[in-house]
Design a protein around this ligand. Structure first.
Ligand SMILES: Cc1cc2nc3c(=O)[nH]c(=O)nc-3n(C[C@H](O)[C@H](O)[C@H](O)COP(=O)(O)O)c2cc1C
Length: 160
C-alpha cells in the first residue's frame, strides 16, 4: 500500500460504475439530457436520488431554472446517445432531438420518458448543496417507469 496522487486512486477505484442520464429543461422549454456517472440513491421513503452537476454545464443552468429532472437508466441501444449527451452541450445543440430516440411525455412535469431506456425516475428537486466545482441536486421521485426486457449500460461498455 503506497500513498499516491489522488487522481490515480480515483481511476483505480471507479469501475464498474453505472451511468445515467438526467433530463432537465432550459428557460425556453427545450429538454436537455446530460450523461452522469456521479449519482446515488439517498433515501428509501420517500425515494430520492442525488445527482452531481458541474457548475459550467448547461444542465446546471437548467436545474436552477426548472426544478425537475427525469433520471434515466439508458439501455445498450442508447450507447451512441449517451456518448453524445456526455460530450456536447445543450448550449450549442438540441441534444434530445439530435440523438433521435423516441420519447413520450411523463406525468410529473411533462418531461420526456425515453422508450429505449431501461428505467426512468421522475424527480422534483427538493434540496441542493454546493460540492466544490459541482452542485448536488437531490430529487424526490414521484413516478417510475421500467422496461424489464432492457439491460443497463455501464461506464466500461461506454468507453469501449
Ligand atoms: C461517462 C460520463 C460521465 C459523466 N459524468 C458526469 C457527472 O457525473 N457530472 C457532470 O457534471 N458531468 C458529467 N459528465 C460530463 C457531461 O455529461 C458533459 O460535460 C456534457 O456535455 C454536459 O452537457 P450540458 O452542457 O448540456 O449540461 C460525464 C460525461 C461522461 C461521458
Amino acid at each position: 500500500m503506497n500513498r499516491v496522487e489522488l487522481s490515480k486512486v480515483v481511476q483505480a477505484t471507479k469501475h464498474p460504475a453505472k451511468v445515467v442520464v438526467a433530463i432537465g429543461k432550459d428557460q425556453n422549454g427545450k429538454f436537455n439530457p446530460i450523461t452522469l456517472e456521479w449519482f446515488m440513491r439517498t433515501s428509501i421513503e420517500p425515494l430520492m436520488f442525488a445527482i452531481s452537476i458541474g457548475h459550467t454545464r448547461y444542465s446546471h443552468e437548467c436545474l436552477q431554472q426548472n426544478r425537475f429532472f427525469n433520471l434515466c437508466f439508458p439501455s445498450r441501444q442508447m450507447i451512441e446517445a449517451v456518448k453524445l449527451w456526455g460530450s456536447k452541450s445543450g448550449r450549442d445543440l438540441d441534444k434530445l432531438a439530435a440523438a433521435g430516440h423516441e420519447w413520450f411525455t411523463g406525468r410529473l412535469a411533462k418531461y420526456p420518458i425515453l422508450r429505449d431506456a431501461k428505467a426512468t425516475f421522475e424527480c422534483e428537486v427538493v434540496t441542493q448543496v454546493k460540492s466544490g466545482d459541482h452542485t448536488i441536486f437531490v430529487g424526490e421521485v414521484k413516478h417510475a417507469w421500467l422496461d424489464e426486457r432492457k439491460e443497463v449500460v455501464t461506464v466500461k461498455e461506454l468507453m469501449k
